[in-house]
Design a protein around this ligand. Structure first.
Ligand code: SME
Length: 146
């Protein structure tokens, strides 16, 4: 099964699990769990914009930093640029925030409501260069379900 096939199945599962539930935190929690389990990522979770900061939301994986400023780290940069950032090697990303020293690569996907960014999805891997255009495309699609 290719990565795309896996995402396609996962997309349908997430859609059915969150349909009928209007609570966004509950839906973020199940989405993080489904993504994390399906791919065996190191850390999978959401940061939600509150009081002009990114504040830790539902996640799976080890304990993480709770607040990230605008333009800080990969998450804050994705917020600032309003676009997905794929980082093949976090050690080469200036300003990367190391919540876990075991993270090697990362993807951060911004989330919008009516054109306004309100959260980001952040996924970390213990391997280098885990994420590519396929992850970007599918994760951008998945967050639009929320
Ligand atoms: N590495 C992120 C911080 C969040 S943790 O990875 C969960 C960053 O640089 O924004």
């Amino acid at each position: 099964m290719t990565k795309s096939d896996k995402y396609q199945e996962l997309y349908k599962t997430i859609e059915s699990v969150i349909s009928g539930e209007s609570d966004q935190i509950a839906n973020m929690a199940n989405t993080a769990a489904l993504l994390h389990e399906a791919f065996g990522f190191w850390w999978t979770g959401f940061y939600i914009i509150q009081d002009e900061q990114l504040v830790l939301g539902p996640f799976q994986g080890p304990v993480a930093c709770t607040r990230i400023g605008f333009g800080k780290g990969v998450c804050g940069s994705s917020w600032e640029r309003r676009e997905t950032i794929v980082v093949p090697d976090v050690h080469k990303f200036p300003g990367h925030i190391a919540c876990s020293s075991l993270s090697q690569s990362e993807i951060v996907v911004p989330m919008f409501h009516n054109g306004e960014i309100y959260a980001v999805l952040d996924i970390d891997s213990k391997d280098l260069a885990t994420f590519d255009e396929v992850d970007k495309e599918w994760l951008e699609k998945i967050v639009r379900l929320l």
